[in-house]
Ligand binder design. Structure first.
Ligand code: B12
Length: 478
């Protein structure tokens, strides 16, 4: 049996966004079904390079898959549906499967909205995809009734029984990176870390997060349960990446990498022995000076903290379970350890956020002096409490999912204190006030070590200026 796993074109990347990562989710699914069933799998990542429907048609004609699986976050679900239509037009018998956070949040509605999807996989996908492939191998054209899936039967959309999360992540094979052409990923894995200067891949050492923040979509897939891989399993994957793919930098994308001191210490020692560099995300509550010193000595070059707001009232409403004092301590400790810091902050993360509270966020940035700041306009993704609150309060104007990529489009929602245009204006103003301060630019220049660094810095800075001052909307491919 043949399976093609597809990442649809991402409009965000088409306007030159910096961040461009390997499709590890698809590589993980691929490795699992390949190991369990011996299925022939390919990964087609249309988020890199220019997408045209002819590209998909040519791949379908060449590989002739029986199943095409598409991954979709909310802003690309319509893009995924357009691809599924192309698949169906080429051959109605191909089974189209959709998975990812959007489908997981609103399964029945997604199938109702997009008839080109035959089956949807809700939440963690490995074992459900395995069952779908088995059903297709048995000759079923439209797999029905499987646990953890949504499907059509007698003209109705139905949901199968719930599927248990995997009990032990160490049972999973390593992601099938042999199906990924590393040379296509020329953006940054995370801001400041260019794939042109390092050979980077992304690594997941755990799944889930115990903190259910008001705006976050992670809960939808992992249901607030945290599962860790053992340090030994993680380090074996790292060794494979170094030996087989010559990886020298890992972007650790876990929600909860810095949880569990013993496991983390063991991973750090292993990474240190291998002499690779890495970066990760963390909550400010899960680090201290001793740990950050160990992380730095083990090759950690950057840590990104979810800060979100400088207002204690907002932090409370967002259920972040962090304080301003903890934020300031975590940034200070990382700087002392010699690790670059990045702060994620938001505009409009709660419907009641006020202009004064945004000022508090700006003032916090001046105090903690991150090396990078990512300013997002909060998007009410389905399945989040933010979405539910905004629907209840009548703040959402449209649920056309193409409009849910605020990098590309102006919001189709507003808050009690900001119109849609004002949300964007506040985001750009925040970026301008943080990044265009002479002190900030000077600190960045001091970090440059080589001509390559300088080239990377100038390139990113130009893209940043284009983003902050340029036009926003770019048309989607067909
Ligand atoms: C790494 C990451 C990225 C990477 C890309 C990763 C990728 N997979 O392509 C980058 C940095 C590029 C990225 C970009 C964005 N991201 Co992101 N990202 C993540 C993160 C941290 C981890 C995702 C991941 O790879 N996990 C590991 C894999 C193994 O798990 P998984 O992706 O959940 O996949 C499993 C299941 O979902 C399912 N599955 C997924 N796809 C498929 C397909 C098939 C066929 C099947 C059967 C199953 C299946 O099976 C997988 C294995 O069990 C999550 C947070 C989280 N913890 O989930 C956010 C998250 C997925 N991102 C999110 C968002 C919002 C974005 C952006 C829109 C942010 C922005 N404003 O720029 C962009 C989207 C770009 C775009 N235009 O679509 C939201 C999604 C919410 C939503 N409803 O869409 C999340 C949940 C973060 C959050 N806190 O809310 N992201």
């Amino acid at each position: 049996m043949k399976l093609a796993l597809v990442r649809p074109p991402e409009p965000m990347l088409s306007i030159g966004s910096e961040v461009c990562q390997h499709p590890i989710n698809l590589a993980q699914l691929a490795a699992h079904v390949r190991e369990r069933l011996g299925v022939a799998v390919e990964i087609w990542d249309f988020s890199v390079g220019r997408y045209r429907p002819e590209r998909l048609r040519a791949e379908l004609a060449r590989f002739a898959p029986e199943v095409v699986g598409l991954t979709a976050m909310t802003p690309i679900v319509k893009s995924a549906a357009r691809l599924a239509q192309v698949v169906k037009a080429a051959d109605r018998d191909i089974v189209t499967v959709v998975g990812g956070p959007h489908l997981s949040a609103i399964p029945e509605r997604t199938l109702a909205e997009f008839p080109a999807f035959d089956v949807g996989v809700i939440g963690e996908g490995e074992s459900a995809l395995e069952d779908i492939c088995l059903a297709v191998q048995r000759g079923e054209r439209r797999p029905r009734g499987l646990a953890g899936t949504v499907f059509r039967e007698d003209g109705e959309i139905k949901v199968g029984p719930p599927r248990e999360l995997l009990a032990n992540l160490d049972d999973l094979p390593f992601p099938a990176r042999d199906l990924i052409d590393f040379s296509l990923y020329q953006g940054s894995s995370s801001p400041g870390l260019s794939s042109k200067l390092r050979n980077i891949t992304e690594l997941f050492t755990s799944r889930g997060c115990p903190v259910h923040c008001f705006f976050c979509g992670s809960y939808v897939t992992h249901r607030g349960k945290v599962r860790f891989r053992s340090a030994r399993h993680v380090l074996d994957e790292v060794r494979e990446c170094v030996a087989r793919y010559h990886v020298d930098h890992f972007t650790i994308d876990d929600d909860t990498f810095t949880y569990g001191r013993e496991r983390l210490t063991e991973i750090c020692h292993g990474l240190r022995e291998l002499g690779v560099s890495w970066d990760c995300d963390s909550r400010v509550t899960n680090v201290d000076q001793e740990l950050l010193n160990l992380m730095a000595a083990s090759g950690c070059v950057k840590i990104a903290y979810g800060v979100e707001s400088g207002s204690p009232r907002m932090l409370e409403l967002l259920r972040k379970r962090i304080s301003l004092a903890q934020i300031e301590t975590a940034f200070r400790a990382a700087r002392r350890a010699g690790v670059l810091t990045s702060a994620f902050i938001m505009v409009g993360s709660h419907p009641t956020e006020t202009p004064e509270e945004l000022e508090q966020t700006f003032r916090l940035m001046l105090r903690i002096k991150p090396d990078f700041v990512m300013v997002y306009v909060a998007v009410p993704y389905p399945g989040t409490d933010l979405h539910q609150a905004m629907v209840e309060e009548g703040l959402i104007e449209s649920e056309d999912w193409d409009e849910y990529d605020i990098v590309r489009a102006e919001p189709v929602w507003h808050t009690h204190h900001f119109t849609a245009a004002e949300l964007i204006r506040q985001q750009r103003r925040m970026y301008q006030r943080i990044y265009l301060r002479p002190g900030f630019v000077w600190r960045k220049l001091k970090l440059l070590r080589s001509m390559d660094d300088l080239r990377y810095f100038s390139d990113s800075f130009l893209k940043f200026l284009k983003y902050v001052f340029g036009k926003r909307r770019e048309e989607l491919p067909d």
